[in-house]
Design a protein around this ligand. Structure first.
Ligand SMILES: [Zn+2]
Length: 224
C-alpha cells in the first residue's frame, strides 16, 4: 500500500513537471530575439494571459455558460463539464487513482461526464422534473446546447439555462456526497432547491423591463 502511494505521488510529480515544461515551450513562441512580442513594455502576467487566450479557438457554448442569470459557481462547474475536466471515476481509473469505475449514484454504468449529466437515471429524473416545471421538453442530450439552439426570448432562455446548470451542479454535489458519505438526496428535494435558486435569480429581474410574453411565461411557471 505504502509503495503504491509513493508510486502515485511520483507519477503525479512527473505529470506536473511535464505540464510546467509544456507551458515553458508554449511561451517561447511569444518571444522573438529575446523580446516579448505581445507588449512593448515587456512580459507581464496580464499580457501573457491575453496572448495565450487569443490562441484559443472561440467556442459557441461560452456565451451560454457565462450567462448573467446563472450563478458563477454553476457556470464554473459547467465550464469544467465542457472542458471534460471533472474528475469522474472513468478518468480516475485511467490514471490509476481508483479501480472501480461504476457511477457513484446509480452503480449501473461507467461513471463518465456524459453519463452523469445525460444518462444517469438520477440526473434524468431531476432534469425531467425541472423541465416539466418550466414547460419545456426534456432534452435527450446536453440540455445546455439544446436550450442554446432554441429561438426563445433572452429572459426565458436565461432562466432555463440557470435551471439546467443548477441541475448539473447539484447532481455533481450529490455524486460527491454519494461517494464520500454513501448518501443521496431524493430527486424531488433537489428539484425544490433548484427552484428556490432560480426564483432568487428572477427576483433580481426588473420586471418593468420584461416583455409581456416573458411575464406571462414567468407567471405560468410560478416565478412571478
Ligand atoms: Zn449513474
Amino acid at each position: 500500500m505504502q509503495v503504491s502511494q509513493e508510486r502515485m505521488q511520483i507519477d503525479s510529480l512527473h505529470e506536473n513537471w511535464k505540464a510546467i515544461c509544456k507551458v515553458k515551450e508554449l511561451f517561447k513562441g511569444g518571444y522573438h530575439n529575446g523580446v516579448w512580442l505581445a507588449d512593448q513594455r515587456g512580459y507581464s502576467v496580464g499580457s501573457g494571459y491575453n496572448w495565450v487566450r487569443h490562441m484559443e479557438q472561440k467556442v459557441g457554448w461560452a456565451k451560454l455558460i457565462w450567462n448573467p442569470r446563472v450563478l458563477p459557481k454553476h457556470s464554473f462547474l459547467c465550464w469544467l463539464v465542457f472542458r471534460n475536466a471533472l474528475n469522474v471515476k472513468d478518468k480516475l481509473c485511467r490514471i490509476g487513482i481508483c479501480t472501480d469505475d461504476r457511477c457513484c449514484i446509480c452503480d449501473a454504468d461507467t461513471e463518465t461526464i456524459s453519463h452523469l449529466i445525460m444518462h444517469c437515471r438520477y440526473s434524468r429524473q431531476v432534469i425531467h422534473k425541472v423541465c416539466s416545471w418550466l414547460y419545456i421538453p426534456t432534452p435527450g442530450g446536453n440540455a445546455i446546447i439544446w436550450i442554446g439552439r432554441r429561438k426563445w426570448r433572452p429572459v426565458q432562455k436565461g432562466i432555463c439555462l440557470a435551471a439546467v446548470m443548477a441541475v448539473y451542479f447539484h447532481v455533481w454535489q450529490q455524486r460527491n456526497l454519494a461517494r464520500i458519505e454513501g448518501k443521496l438526496m431524493r430527486p424531488m428535494i433537489l428539484v425544490y432547491q433548484i427552484q428556490q435558486i432560480v426564483k432568487s435569480k428572477v427576483h433580481q429581474l426588473d420586471l418593468s423591463t420584461v416583455s409581456v410574453r416573458d411575464r406571462e411565461w414567468l407567471t405560468l411557471v410560478g416565478l412571478s
